[in-house]
Design a protein around this ligand. Sequence first.
Ligand code: PYC
Length: 319
Amino acid sequence: MTESETNKKRVQVIDSHTAGEPTRVVIAGGPELGIGDLQSRLALLRTAHDGFRKGVVFEPRGSEVVVGALLCEPVNPASAAGVIFFNDVGYLGMCGHGTIGLVTTLAHLGRIAPGKHSIETPVGTVQTELHSDGTVSVRNVPSYRYRQNVSVEVPGYGQFAGDVAWGGNWFFLVAEHSYDLRLAERTVLIAVTTALRTALAENGITGEGGAVIDHIELFSAAENQGNSSRNFVLCPGASFDRSPCGTGTSAKMACLHADGKLDEGASWRQEGILGTVFVGSVMAQGDGVLPVISGRAWVTAESTLLFDATDPFREGIPF
Ligand code: PYC
């Protein structure tokens, strides 16, 4: 091997998309994070190896749309895998589309067969099921509405009211607005939801315990009459979810259940901005719900990322 070859660190990834939203699963070559629980491994990744996250999802290897998923050995040997999700801004507690992508990737690698599989995440273990038609169901973490009908003035855009809810990430959910949830309107939708997120922070409107609300969700009637609703979801940073957002659908169903508008076991068909759908349902649990969401992912690439010690952008381009 030449000197320049030995300078290159190799990271193996499998890319997929779930209902249009990409996931990049790191299957080998990631940093050594020990054998602690997923929360402590996430803390180590964040403090000691953040350049790895950036290198995997930032340009020139990735983009602001890519959600990374670092495959980890599970703490409990009965679990199929552990995972830490990350993006261009930082780390995600849970990721619905990413979990569907991960399970599809594990099946693609021949590591799991149709059936039930536990996946450990930094916010708890989620139960998944790979169905024989390739669909994946995810029983998400307990989800709940934290605050109802919170008003905020958004400079340049006016007054908005919405609910604050947890679905594995923190969401502000807005049903009443004048925006058209179509892909062609994405620049306007990104601008208004980004301004709304800034206004929430500036007005001290947070999730429980002061947690930052980093996802904003707008709803409208579905385009396809067979679906229950359509959404647009701003992710942390400047990108929007191409899928209907698993954690966002969980937060929505928690609010609907709290309002008496979604019975246990009833189906909720959440249409995203591309018209793709996650099908969800809930079981009541404590003050919230235990949501299940189902969707489909497709593997798009098997690649090796090269990190060359002499590359000035080996840890990505810092926009
Ligand atoms: O599907 O939960 C989700 C998700 C969160 C951010 C992007 N997708």
